[in-house]
Ligand binder design. Structure first.
Ligand code: SF4
Length: 285
């Protein structure tokens, strides 16, 4: 277990991704090169599936989702940059792949599994990085996720969607910021900016299925990851340090009522339309 302020201190004498691997070695007992190999295998799957599923239709369990990535892929974006557009199509594609039992890397969870592929596939497509450069940023994303998991939670059932999709976007923002700055303070700022923007976000899957609102949250939150990284890279700081934001997130998560923590009883899950959709699902009869 470590704090981001300790990570920042250590990164004065060692690259941030190496600091994170070393700290992970103390937790897991696994050598940095073994951890790096494991993470490189995960990143390979992420990039492979992003390419394979990009903009495809998927047959999901309920049919509530499955054609969102396809629609966006076949539409000419009016507002998103090419980077944001690729990231958004990818995030929707992987979230819909998850809803159709496809191959995903739960990063940090299955429900939020579209954001990191969105960030990394857009980096890969637009900036043509080496795999090693991408991997270093992926390790940093893992370090951000680890701080949140240790000090708060990455579970929607325990802390609401802020803990799932918020963590995924904080990891993505940190990864993007590291790719361009190699600056641990800016990485922490990017992650904090994300979490402050989604503080209190509830977990309210319709019928308990990880489809609505989950899939489109992946598409939206990948853009918060990108804008937060852009702000942090410009020198904008989070006045509240990342470690303190994580503590606040933990407290907010524990104050959420049970109905807003993955029970499918509150939020958009408790709307007339949601109830009608669930009542009409044939396989539940
Ligand atoms: S709404 Fe709940 S189930 Fe859906 S992504 Fe968020 S935390 Fe996961």
């Amino acid at each position: 277990m470590y704090l981001w302020k300790d990570v920042m201190e250590m990164s004065k004498s060692l690259p941030l991704h190496e600091v994170i691997l070393n700290l992970e070695m103390f937790d897991t007992g696994e050598a940095p090169q073994v951890l790096r190999k494991k993470l490189s295998e995960m990143l390979e799957v992420i990039l492979e599936e992003a390419k394979n599923q990009y903009g495809k239709t998927q047959k999901t369990l309920t049919g509530f989702t499955g054609d969102n990535a396809f629609k966006l892929k076949n539409y000419k974006a009016k507002f998103l940059s090419e980077f944001n557009y690729i990231a958004t199509v990818t995030a929707l594609s992987i979230a819909e792949s998850n809803a159709s039992m496809g191959r995903i890397v739960a990063c940090p969870t299955a429900g939020s599994s579209g954001v990191i592929p969105g960030v990394f596939y857009a980096l890969y497509e637009i900036f043509s990085p080496s795999f090693e450069e991408l991997l270093n940023s992926f390790i940093v994303a893992g370090g951000i996720g680890k701080v949140i998991a240790d000090k708060a939670t990455i579970s929607g059932a325990a802390g609401g969607c802020q803990a799932e999709i918020g963590t995924a976007a904080a990891m993505g923002a940190g990864a993007l910021t590291y790719y361009f700055s190699k600056d641990s303070e800016k990485v922490g700022n990017a992650a904090a900016l994300v979490l402050k923007s989604v503080m209190g976000l509830v977990c309210d899957p319709v019928g308990g299925f990880v489809e609505v609102p989950c899939v489109k949250r992946n598409g939206n939150l990948v853009n918060i990851a990108i804008s937060s990284a852009e702000m942090a890279l410009s020198g904008i700081k989070s006045l509240i340090p990342f470690d303190e934001v994580v503590n606040a997130m933990r407290r907010v998560g524990s104050q959420l009522p049970q109905s807003l923590r993955e029970t499918g009883e509150g939020g958009v899950a408790n709307t007339p339309t949601a109830k009608t959709l669930i009542a009409n699902l044939n396989f539940l009869i």
